[in-house]
Design a protein around this ligand. Structure first.
Ligand SMILES: Nc1nc2c(ncn2[C@@H]2O[C@H](COP(=O)(O)OP(=O)(O)OP(=O)(O)O)[C@@H](O)[C@H]2O)c(=O)[nH]1
Length: 320
């Protein structure tokens, strides 16, 4: 047995469910209790937006433009091995892509080069309460993925309970989750509050055997992603109208943008039925970029449409 074993926590959950929000809380909690942690971020897009929220002092590895459970499985074990060689760590947090299956990430953690030095403490699945409550309206590939992510979790964090129009649905969603994964610890939350301390004491639980053949469900979802680098400020109203009229399924969009008539940079977040612009108050000069993830997006057409939603030099300052 190695004298020091590093705990590994795996965060899964569909695109935009609230993994990074939870990770931010977990990092704060770990830093408060003085533990040495590292973070591995896996994003489907070619640009990592979420990694800009990781405190600079924390060791971090980014796996972009692919999913751990398919193309990047070997890369994950190599990144863990490198982190273990470079730092003495109490814990590593892995934020998976929204399309990842917990089973496949667990599989990557059994690689003989690292399995003796790590202990997978918990698979944490983040579930968007509203999306789960709408399960019957979702495409079957998506509902199948949500069920798989919840089934193999040790801890389920139910987020966005504030976004449910009817608060009486919360106990119903909780009961449904518990019925499909009776052994999981389930925490209902808004913006992952109260979840961090409960998770640090979580343990792996025994699950029913999983399918021997991993299901690469994001392939079945035919997800594609593209990044758009705006050359000027976006006209907010036109952009929001464009988002609402997109063909196909937009599952996630995020990035940093400038808006016509406004000073400074904005963080844009679009997840299940929710779009938010927040003024980005960080002194670092981020390049404006938007990442879109969905099905049937046709990137070339969408990029040419987006170019038309940028303000010209004459209109950029309107409203200022
Ligand atoms: N209303 C509400 N919004 C939330 C809650 N938790 C997270 N969000 C918002 O949901 C959006 C997506 O949250 P993230 O934490 O980035 O989600 P994610 O799962 O990391 O997303 P990806 O990994 O990019 O797919 C952001 O705008 C968050 O502020 C919540 O409990 N309530």
């Amino acid at each position: 047995m190695p004298e020091h074993s590093t705990e590994v926590f795996i965060l899964t959950g569909f695109l935009g469910a609230g993994k990074s929000t939870l990770l931010t809380r977990l990092m704060q909690h770990e830093l408060e209790v003085g533990r040495n942690i590292a973070v591995i971020m896996n994003e489907l897009g070619e640009v990592s937006i979420d990694s800009s929220f990781i405190p600079k002092e924390l060791p971090r590895k980014d796996l972009t433009d692919g999913c751990i459970c398919c193309s990047l499985q070997g890369d994950l074990s190599a990144q863990i091995e490198q982190l273990l060689q470079e730092h003495r760590l109490d814990a590593i947090y892995i934020e998976a892509t929204g399309a990842a299956q917990p089973f496949d990430i667990l599989d990557a953690c059994t690689d003989p080069t690292i399995s003796g030095s790590i202990e997978v403490r918990a698979v944490i699945t983040v579930v968007d309460a509203k999306q789960w409550d709408d399960m019957e309206r979702l495409p079957p590939e998506l509902s199948g993925l949500l069920l798989a992510q919840a089934t193999h979790a040790d801890v389920i964090v139910l987020t966005k309970t504030d976004a449910l129009a009817d608060p009486d649905r919360v106990p119903i969603v909780l009961a449904h989750l518990q019925s499909i994964n009776p052994s999981a610890q389930i925490i209902a939350s808004t913006r992952a509050g109260a979840a961090a301390s409960a998770i640090s004491s979580a343990e792996r639980v025994a699950h029913a055997p999983v399918a021997a053949e991993p299901l690469h469900l994001h392939k079945h979802l035919h997800l594609n992603s593209f990044a758009f680098y705006p050359s000027g400020p976006l006209i907010r109203q036109a952009f929001e109208g464009w988002l609402g009229s997109l063909p196909g399924q937009l599952y996630r969009a995020k990035g940093f943008v400038r808006l016509a008539g406004e000073d400074g940079l904005f963080l844009f977040q679009h997840s299940y039925e929710q779009s938010i612009f927040t003024r980005f108050l960080v002194d670092v000069p981020y390049t404006p970029v938007l990442v879109f993830i969905g099905v049937g997006l046709n990137p070339a057409v969408r990029k040419s449409e987006l170019r038309l939603l940028q303000a010209s030099d004459e209109t950029a300052g309107i409203g200022r």
